[in-house]
Design a protein around this ligand. Structure first.
Ligand code: GLP
Length: 244
């Protein structure tokens, strides 16, 4: 779906999410959202916060699972995804603190495997993710599932690609300070989400959007797996869609 610009696109996606939350409220069910970080979903979160503050959209029945976190990472560090999510969404709405989940970047290496299995079990116990929001890395990564990630990959500790670290290095004031690893939800759980919306804006994403949406389905471009999902859409601005 191609919009005039990222602002109108973000507002439209926020309205979809609000409709889902409200339909679940009517059924007295929880709404399980998979959330992403990066610059792409910022406008979406701003609109959801506005809808909470101005239109009374409640998040009391919402349970969220974030895709990823750098490892190691302290939650109050300036670049942590915990901080990002709290500042841009979670602390701005009425979601219950026990209802949001973000991979823990403070674990010891020995704890990570069990922790990741529990993260997936928690999602499964809720019946899976109702709606997964994704961004896309310049190399086609989703979450931090880099090139080479398998379609049935689990939630795990991964090594970040050089290109991903270079993109992140502006936030970490240089490549040397940029984490080399991260914890990411695996491709399998993303593919099991009932519905997936991938957001991409700008000319810089146009090549990888084309490869992901129209190219061969390959683990070299993990976003291409979404071609095999039965309810996944790419929401794009005109620049990101310009090579399709
Ligand atoms: C990071 C995140 C991804 C995100 C990607 C793209 O790598 N882990 O989940 O999709 O950045 O970021 P941006 O939206 O800033 O282009």
């Amino acid at each position: 779906v191609v919009f005039e610009n990222s602002k109108t696109a973000s507002i439209a996606v926020a309205h979809e999410i609000a409709a889902l939350i409200r339909s679940k409220q009517e059924l007295q069910e929880s709404c399980v959202l998979g959330l992403a970080t990066g610059s792409s979903p910022k406008g979406l979160y701003a609109e959801l916060v506005r809808m909470h503050k101005e239109e009374g959209l409640s998040f009391k029945n919402v349970i969220t699972f974030n895709l990823d976190e750098y490892y190691p990472m302290e939650p109050d560090s300036i670049n942590s995804y915990v901080r990002f999510m709290k500042e841009l969404l979670l602390d701005q709405v009425d979601i219950l603190p026990e209802n949001y989940n973000i991979p823990d970047g403070t674990l010891s290496k020995e704890q990570i495997q069990d922790y990741c299995a529990q993260y997936e079990e928690k999602i499964e116990a809720l019946g899976g993710i109702d709606l997964q929001i994704l961004g896309i890395g310049g190399n086609g990564h989703i979450g931090f599932n880099e090139s080479g990630s398998l379609q049935n990959s689990k939630t795990r500790l991964v090594a970040l690609d050089h290109i991903t670290r270079v993109a992140a290095s502006k936030d970490f004031s240089g490549l040397n300070n940029t984490p080399r690893t991260a914890i990411t939800l695996g491709v399998k759980k993303i593919m099991e989400a009932k519905r997936v919306i991938l957001l991409a804006w700008g000319e810089g994403k146009s090549n990888i959007v084309k490869a992901s949406a129209e190219g061969t389905v390959t683990n070299l471009v993990p976003a291409s797996f979404l071609q095999e999902h039965n309810n996944a859409i790419f929401v794009l601005d005109q620049e990101a869609a310009s090579k399709l």
